[in-house]
Design a protein. Structure first.
Lengths: 160, 451
């Protein structure tokens, strides 16, 4: 992340899976529990904290999520489970995985800076409800979303 | 700017509310949540939600269907989506019958919710655009410029509503400039024919042969210059309304032709052998006393009774003086904005001048007078001075030395003088006489004045 992310990035030690997050009936983990756990470990000097997990995340209303974020809050999580080609019965592809992760990280962090979904399907902030839509995005924000982020950073009460 | 549609989520499970709200907020919607139907209704009272997600099963208190019905009572336009688990799909289908727009089975695929919400909002956008356009159209045509607080005029407007959707022929009588065509348009655009055409024909402006071809169309070669088949106004108005202005001026031959169309709804194009049938509502208008014309043998009585199924008599402006300030203000606002002049209104003194004047040319004359005042005014408000010439016009009428000759002779001489002054220009001569062109044509014919 440090290579492309415009912010200073620090990696924290791995955390155990949050207790009680597993829904045995669905065979998935509740994403909100992950957000709560990650939030507890946010260092005081970190403006944002991003949790990354291999397990399949979901929220009660939806069958799955690629990731979740607090809108204008400090916490976001992403799951690698459905970003891996193996999930779709294909051979693993590290390059593709990396691209997808970058897009998801940009997307969830965008939410933490107040961006909502974008109508431009190539923008990282566009809504992806299946992996095909993740792949049709580019690893960047569209000019509109990009300039909204810049405005946030340059405003005196910007928290980044 | 994107409109933010408010969405309500009603679910007794807090985690369900929160996760749904967070998901929808990421999409840019404003989302409120409620843990039960009661709380949901309270929120719905103060916010006009576009969509309400309501859980079907909520233990204790109102269930999803009851909540939905109550929401619909407060917000009939809100779309309710019932959230259900697999076990209760049958009940969800029941909910659809009770008025739910959709139901979703939880947990559902993210795409399902996104598509559902965007589909409903797209529909709502179209509906609201449609409503705005309809409002615009009805503002444009219904009561267009018919501004009144006169009881007789209000009765007329009420009558136009009542007769708008009837097929009956209407005869509108009134002096020139009283707004006969506006009333005709009001009838057309208030009724079932509103989406079809309103075709207006001024019968006084055309010679007999031209009017015949204008009304019924002609075939190729019907007369010199008839290069192709042309549809007449009756055909153009098929399904809609034809407005025959100055009907009292048509020739005996056209009176006979018109009678046939009114009786049979069929006619021949000029020079044609094929019958054309039409479904047209006829509204006729005249400034003449048609009953008098019938009495004098100038108008067919059978046609008169055909036309006179419903009669509307519009009073002249001098009999509804209370409308003069309303109309004057309206014309100032409209004409000033059309001409790009910054004029706020009319002074009290100027209004009094307008109210005292007799307006032989009625509302049309008032409109022209206001336009002339706006064009020449240099103030932000129209004042007495802007209408001084009107005062002179009224006075000069009163102080005339009238020679001892028949009235018709006076009129004839006034018309000839006006034509001479205006170099034979009919439009200018009519304006200076305070009558409209069709009336002037009529008088030229009657007094056999060459022009």
């Amino acid at each position: 992340m440090a290579e492309w992310c415009p912010w200073a990035v620090r990696r924290l030690p791995a955390l155990a899976l949050p207790e009680g997050a597993f829904d045995a009936k669905r065979g998935q983990y509740e994403s909100v529990e992950f957000m709560k756990t990650v939030a507890r470990y946010r260092p005081s000097d970190a403006a944002r904290i991003l949790g990354v997990t291999e397990v399949d995340l979901a929220i009660p209303m939806l069958t799955f999520v690629f990731g979740q974020a607090q809108l204008e809050g400090p916490v976001a999580v992403i799951s690698l489970c459905r970003l891996r080609q193996e999930f779709y019965g294909q051979p693993g592809d590290e390059t593709l995985l990396r691209e997808r992760v970058v897009k998801e990280v940009l997307h969830e962090l965008g939410h933490t800076f107040g961006l909502t979904h974008c109508a431009d399907p190539k923008c990282a902030m566009s809504l992806a409800t299946h992996i095909g839509l993740v792949d049709s995005k580019e690893e960047r924000y569209c000019p509109d979303c990009g300039s909204q982020l810049v405005r946030r950073f340059s405003s005196p009460d910007g928290d980044a | 700017m994107k409109k933010v549609w408010p969405i309500l989520v009603v679910d007794d499970e807090e985690v369900m509310c929160d996760s749904m709200a967070a998901w929808l907020r990421e999409d840019g919607y404003r989302v409120d949540t409620a843990p039960n139907g009661q709380k949901g209704l309270e929120l719905a009272k103060s916010t006009d939600y576009a969509i309400c997600f309501v859980d079907l099963k909520m233990p204790g208190g109102m269930d999803g269907i009851e909540t939905m019905m109550e929401i619909h009572r407060i917000r009939p336009d809100a779309s309710v989506i019932i959230i259900t688990a697999f076990a209760t799909v049958d009940t969800a289908i029941q909910a659809m019958k009770e008025g739910a727009q959709e139901y979703i089975v939880k947990p559902c695929h993210p795409q399902e919710i996104s598509m559902l919400v965007s589909r409903i909002l797209k529909l709502k956008k179209l509906q609201s655009e449609n409503a705005i356009l309809r409002k615009k159209i009805s503002r444009q045509y219904r009561h267009r410029d018919i501004i009144t607080k006169n009881p007789r005029m209000e009765e007329i407007l009420a009558l136009t509503r009542d007769i708008a959707s009837l097929p009956s022929t209407v005869l509108i009588c009134g002096e020139s400039g009283t707004g006969k065509e506006l009333v005709a348009r009001d009838i057309h655009y208030s009724g079932a024919r509103a989406e079809k055409r309103f075709v207006s024909v001024s019968c006084a402006a055309l010679t007999e042969t031209l009017l015949e071809s204008e009304l019924f169309g002609h075939e190729k070669g019907a007369f010199t210059g008839a290069e192709g088949q042309t549809k007449g106004k009756f055909e153009l108005a098929d399904g809609g309304t034809i407005f025959l202005d100055e009907i009292g001026d048509i020739s005996p031959k056209l009176q006979a032709d018109l009678l046939r169309v009114l009786q049979e709804r069929r006619f021949y194009r000029v020079g044609g052998s094929e019958e054309v049938s039409v479904d047209v509502r006829v509204i006729a208008a005249t400034h003449k006393d048609l009953a008098e014309e019938v009495h004098a043998g100038r108008f067919r009585d059978d046609l008169f009774y055909r036309l006179n199924v419903i009669e509307i008599r519009i009073p002249p402006l001098r009999e509804r003086r209370e409308d003069i300030p309303l109309l004057a203000e309206h014309f100032v606002e409209r004409i000033a904005s059309e001409l790009g002049k910054d004029i706020a209104g009319i002074s009290g003194g100027a209004l009094k001048l307008l109210i005292d004047y007799d307006w032989p040319g009625n509302v049309r004359e008032l409109e022209n007078v206001i336009e002339r005042a706006i064009v020449t005014s240099h103030n932000g408000t129209l004042v007495d001075g802007d209408f001084a010439w009107l005062h002179q016009r009224a006075n000069s009428n009163q102080n005339w030395e009238v020679p001892d000759v028949p009235l018709a002779d006076l009129e004839r001489r006034a018309i000839i003088a006006a034509l001479e002054r205006k170099g034979g220009n009919i439009k200018d001569a009519a304006a200076s006489l305070g009558i409209d062109r069709s009336t002037l044509y009529d008088k030229l014919k009657r007094y056999e004045i060459a022009h």
